[in-house]
Write a protein that binds this ligand. Structure first.
Ligand code: SF4
Length: 322
């Protein structure tokens, strides 16, 4: 079966080996962040709809299971936009738990729908929520996240606080810094005041490592990242960082590398590149392939015109050809 809603597995520092699920199918989001790795938002909305039907997603998860493909450490709901916009999210979460009862579910969210009690209740059935909150300064919010009409920064903060009140799972807050936009003293001071009220389980301060949707988005330097991480340290239960993958996930990934036929590896690589541009090393590391094998696969895909590359931030990033 060709998977159109599942991608990866990809390795992440926060979740280990994670199987991504795209709940949108297209660039549909309530924000249009200048650093977005999947390009500009096409449908800019707060309206919840069944953008990708639950039955399609659950059919693919059942197929993944019945094909005996290796089990990831997390099933992560996200994709080409904001997953909470999918009005069938509750059914998707419940169905995933039935198909993979032992695998926890994580959700990547931009926090814009957390003021909606229905969304907070639906997310209550997951184990980890990873909300992003790049700035608490309204003028910076407009510049970096470009919200659609109806998105209000105060609703985001109150929604986050209300969600924390009742959520039994873990919250990993992400703050992405871009140079000259949200790396201000004012933003840092506001976040230092807000984060202890939110009590996230960890805070990850990151910057861009891949090309964003807009040339205005530039990464901050290492010194700024360190200063922010130090300033926000202590506001959480866990130390936020970009840890290397655990040995458990490496074992799983080796299973993938050894257990999949070349065609399946090719599909996994293409699926992964369809979601975001990546370097050869990022893909190699995520799938634990050996270096020569990955380079040969990329050379093949490029020769067939299936992928193309662009040089950004001093590195070659590959993505699926349009
Ligand atoms: S980075 Fe996330 S929240 Fe921002 S536009 Fe892209 S998908 Fe939407």
């Amino acid at each position: 079966m060709q998977f159109k809603t599942l991608y990866g597995p990809v390795r992440s520092g926060r979740l280990g080996l994670s199987l991504g699920v795209d709940l949108l199918g297209k660039r549909i989001c309530s924000l249009d962040c200048i650093y977005c790795e999947v390009g500009p938002t096409r449908v800019h909305t707060l309206e919840r709809r069944a953008y990708m039907p639950a039955r399609t997603i659950l059919e693919e998860l059942r197929s993944w299971n019945s094909q005996g493909l290796p089990r990831p450490e997390f099933i992560t709901l996200g994709g080409l936009g904001e997953p909470c916009l999918n009005v069938e999210m509750e059914e998707i979460i419940a169905g995933s738990r039935t198909i993979f009862p032992e695998i926890p579910i994580a959700v990547l969210t931009n926090s814009t729908l957390l003021h909606d009690p229905a969304v907070r209740r639906e997310l209550g059935a997951t184990q980890v929520v990873l909300p992003s909150l790049d700035t608490l300064v309204p003028s910076e919010f407009v510049k970096i996240n470009k919200p659609c009409s109806g998105v209000i920064l105060d609703n985001i903060t109150s929604g986050l606080l209300e969600f924390r009140e009742r959520y039994a799972g873990r919250i990993f807050l992400e703050i992405l810094l871009t140079r000259g936009i949200n790396d201000s003293e004012e933003n840092l001071a506001r976040l230092r005041e807000f984060i202890p009220r939110l009590k996230p389980d960890r805070v990850d301060v990151v910057t861009m490592t891949r090309p964003g949707a807009s040339p205005l988005a530039e990464a901050v330097d290492e010194q700024t990242l360190t200063a922010w991480r130090t300033a926000l340290r202590g506001a959480t239960k866990e130390e936020g960082s970009q840890q290397p993958a655990s040995s458990q996930s490496q074992g799983l990934a080796q299973g993938i590398a050894q257990g999949l036929a070349t065609d399946a590896q090719r599909d996994l690589v293409l699926n992964s590149l369809r979601r975001r541009p990546q370097t050869i090393d990022q893909v190699r590391e995520a799938l634990s392939l050996d270096s020569a094998q990955t380079r040969a696969l990329f050379a093949d895909l490029a020769a067939q015109g299936a992928i193309q590359h662009a040089r950004e931030l001093g590195e070659d990033f590959f993505q699926v050809a349009p």
